[in-house]
Write a protein that binds this ligand. Structure first.
Ligand SMILES: C[S@@+](CC[C@H](N)C(=O)[O-])C[C@H]1O[C@@H](n2cnc3c(N)ncnc32)[C@H](O)[C@@H]1O
Length: 220
């Protein structure tokens, strides 16, 4: 998916890009390797430490910070682009979008790849998504649109579909890294994986994703 959207956004070499909720940094490293000046932020120290190891292995340097996306440490208008992949649903969405809008340059853009709930989801769809994944909110397409507009963006949906299509499309891009064998010996990881598989069996067919491109609207 990263390869897909990278071909469709105006990112030139040397652009200052913030990866919000970078996790272990696969996308942040890819962007750095493509010549962007990357800053990566994640609220979890363990994720950022893993990214630091990967930076060393890859011989790539980027700015890395531990912190929450609803209170970013950078001044206004710091970045040409802010991107996030599967992050907003785990955060207080309006507060994070406000911060994204603040740190973006006026002629910059934001791009998010996020889960999308079906419009007719029963209450347990949401309750279980919140319980199993720790999501704060999984919005419908319409609700995402409302969040983006309320936060001062002009949104466009670059792509929208089912997560099952995503898995099929990803097949051509090789091994994404997979699960680490050491993690699989951890009882908590196995429990979470089991919960995930059960959730996917019950609700996975109705789970969508969206690729959202956001342009800051001028302040009035
Ligand atoms: C599903 S992972 C996605 C990681 C990465 N973007 C990727 O696609 O591989 C979600 C990430 O968001 C981070 N996260 C959750 N809440 C956050 C917050 N308030 N601020 C910054 N990062 C956050 C988590 O620690 C986790 O690394």
């Amino acid at each position: 998916m990263t390869e897909w959207w990278l071909q469709r956004v105006p990112l030139r070499e040397g652009a200052a890009v913030l990866d919000v909720g970078c996790g272990t940094g696969a996308t942040a490293l890819l962007l750095a390797e493509r010549g962007m000046r990357v800053t990566a932020l994640d609220v979890r120290k363990a994720m950022v430490e893993r990214l630091r190891d990967r930076m060393q292995q890859a011989g790539v340097t980027l700015d890395v910070a531990v912190g929450s996306a609803d209170a970013m440490p950078w001044p206004a208008a710091s970045f040409d682009a802010v991107i996030g992949e599967s992050v907003l649903v785990f955060t207080p969405i309006p507060a994070v979008l406000r911060e994204v809008r603040r740190v973006l340059k006026p002629n910059g853009f934001a791009l998010f790849v996020e889960m999308v709930a079906p419009t007719n989801a029963p209450p347990e769809w949401h309750e279980e998504a919140l319980r199993v994944y720790g999501a704060k909110e999984v919005p419908t397409l319409e609700r995402w649109h409302q969040h983006f507009v309320a936060s001062g963006f002009r949104p466009a949906v670059l792509r929208f579909g089912s997560v099952f299509d995503l898995a099929r499309d990803a097949a051509g891009f090789g091994d994404p890294g997979g699960l680490d064998a050491h993690a699989l010996s951890d009882h908590e990881v196995l429990r979470a994986l089991g919960e995930h598989l059960l959730w996917m069996e019950r609700f996975g067919k109705t789970l969508g994703y969206g690729v959202f491109l956001l342009w800051p609207r001028p302040c009035v």
